[in-house]
Design a protein around this ligand. Structure first.
Ligand code: AMP
Length: 215
């Protein structure tokens, strides 16, 4: 499959993307995960991105497009890919359109995960993430807690609250989403690529996306 997952922070894009990779071997490409690994490893990209990310602001489009131009040409993308957290702005969506045309890649569709704001706020404040860059498993203190000692059930690393998941950063991320990313819904609707999924359960959404891919 070749799809884009759109949706506010906390809409469940990461969880849905991970479940979809099990379906046909397509890879999940999360710009947020790529950036967090770069920050952790202290690479030049990570140093440039960290201050934007900690505030809950978007990283500049030019940095993101450099990452994505290289990533989409890696061999594992040939089976298919699920874009999670990219594009995030109209200029990124326009640059992606040109890049896909250059690489002769056709998208199946853009899946917009629609989740009520109160559900999103609850999810973001209770979310915890494995600090191991190679794992980054997502937990929820209420519905899917890590082990009792606060470590990851998959890799035993510490499970943490992300720097950008403080209340202030969360509010900023939601405002940024409304101002810069929500307009992509109209962009892809005009392109005839958009499919909306009311997404309260990630598992149900995955089944609906699979059905849409088959149909
Ligand atoms: P995420 O895990 O997708 O919520 O991303 C975490 C943070 O990484 C965001 O708040 C942004 O600071 C940055 N980020 C991730 N993807 C993008 C993107 N496509 N464009 C700009 N910034 C991004």
């Amino acid at each position: 499959m070749r799809i884009i997952l759109l949706g506010a922070p906390g809409a469940g894009k990461g969880t849905v993307a991970k479940l979809l990779t099990e379906f046909d071997g397509s890879v999940q490409i999360s710009t947020g995960d790529i950036l967090r690994s770069a920050v952790k490893e202290g690479t030049p990209l990570g140093k440039k991105a960290k201050e934007f990310m900690d505030r809950g602001d978007l990283v500049p489009d030019s940095l993101i497009m450099d990452i994505m131009e290289a990533r989409l040409q890696e061999p594992d993308c040939r089976t298919g890919f699920i874009l999670d957290g990219f594009p995030r702005t109209i200029p990124q969506a326009e640059a992606l359109k040109s890049l896909l045309a250059k690489l002769s890649i056709q998208l199946d569709f853009v899946a917009n995960l629609d989740v009520p704001r109160d559900v999103i706020l609850d999810r973001l404040t209770t979310r915890r993430t494995c600090c191991n860059p190679a794992c980054q498993a997502i937990y929820n203190v209420k519905s899917n807690p890590p082990k009792e000692d606060g470590t990851c059930t998959l890799c035993d690393h510490k499970v943490i609250q992300r720097d950008d998941e403080t209340e202030e950063a969360i509010n900023n991320r939601l405002e940024t989403y409304n101002a810069k990313t929500a307009p992509l819904i109209g962009f892809y609707e005009k392109e005839g690529m958009l499919k909306n999924f009311l997404s309260l359960s990630s598992k149900d959404t995955v089944e609906e996306i699979k059905k849409a891919l088959k149909g």
